[in-house]
Design a protein. Structure first.
Length: 339
């Protein structure tokens, strides 16, 4: 605005000189200097004020007015009159005939720029996100689904259930065997054995997303899978091998060979075994073959007196052994036992 006003004032000064020269020629040079100076000063101020007001209003009236006052312009002044109806001369050619704000393109039409189309004027002002979704239309769906089985025997019919979030509006299922579906939660039958990758792609106005997993189908000839959990160290029970033994047997008597109901004790390899003799004094105890052992007997009479035989030491072989044991008793006890 300031630049244009400066240019208009410069034009007014040029026109003032023309007006002054024209006035001087019409009135004459015989007027006194003081009178002439007063008239010209007043006229000049009026011209400047009127010119400013006219310039601000955007109307050019100097051409028509001066064309009536001046029959011709002095050749000394190189000024070209502005045609009627045009704007005042300007140092900036681009300032002439510029479109006003009312002539700008309307919404939806790109404004011309040096670089091409203005991106902000594209339809809907859509700003694509990094994942290709339109954020002005909600969130991109997140694909998710589950199946009734992940393996089966052909022909196997498996149901798929959509679990996707962010409100998908369309579904595309690829079952991995060449079959597809656009249902939300479809059912599919696999007729041949194989491993099939099932893919679900979901879409809504904001974008699309997909996920997948495998389905294993067998042909029924495979060995059934043992579903029990194997242990790292399975426990096996080994049946111990019996140790070969031989029998040590004989009789327990007193010195008169009367049979005694005694307790026979056999010890070997840190072990100790006992056996009671029969009423006739006989006994039998099994001992491992080829083992060192000791054997003795102990007798308790009616008065709870205990009598012990001598200890016999020996080694078993591969055959049964006979060991008769004699316990020495007092004469009265011996006569009692023989009855």
């Amino acid at each position: 605005m300031a630049k244009k006003l400066n240019e208009e004032l410069r034009d007014l000064l040029d026109w003032s000189e023309i007006f002054y020269e024209a006035f001087r020629q019409r009135v004459g040079a015989d007027m006194s200097g003081v009178k002439m100076l007063g008239i010209l000063s007043g006229a000049f101020l009026i011209v400047v004020l009127v010119g400013v007001l006219i310039s601000l209003s955007g109307t050019n009236v100097f051409g028509p007015v001066l064309s009536k006052i001046l029959p011709s312009q002095p050749s000394a002044i190189n000024t070209t009159p502005t045609p009627t109806g045009s704007t005042l001369p300007s140092a900036d050619p681009s300032a002439t005939n510029k479109p006003t704000a009312t002539n700008q393109p309307t919404t939806g039409t790109a404004s011309p720029t040096s670089g091409g189309t203005d991106p902000s004027s594209s339809p809907d002002n859509v700003v694509p996100t990094q994942n290709g979704s339109d954020t002005s239309k909600g969130q991109t769906p997140i694909a998710s689904f589950t199946s009734s089985d992940t393996k089966g025997q052909a022909p196997a019919t498996i149901s798929f259930t959509d679990l996707s979030t962010n409100s998908p509006t369309s579904w595309y299922w690829d079952f991995g065997d060449g079959s597809t579906s656009d249902q939300g939660s479809p059912t599919h039958t696999y007729n041949k054995a194989g491993t099939y990758t099932v893919t679900l792609e979901v879409t809504n106005p904001a974008g699309s997303n997909s996920t997948s997993f495998d389905i294993d189908i067998s042909d029924g000839t495979e060995t059934p899978t043992d579903n029990t959990t194997p242990t790292d160290n399975p426990t096996t029970t080994d049946t111990p091998t019996p140790t070969p033994t031989v029998a040590i047997g004989g009789s327990v008597t007193d010195e008169q060979y009367n049979p005694l109901a005694a307790t026979v004790i056999v010890s070997y390899s840190g072990n100790s075994h006992t056996a009671n003799s029969n009423p006739d004094g006989s006994y039998s105890i099994n001992v491992p073959m080829n083992t060192d052992y000791t054997i003795s007997a102990q007798y308790t009479d009616a008065n709870n007196n205990i009598y012990v035989s001598d200890t016999i030491s020996d080694t078993t072989g591969t055959s049964d052994v006979t060991k008769d044991i004699v316990i020495t008793l007092p004469a009265t006890t011996s006569s009692t036992t023989t009855g």
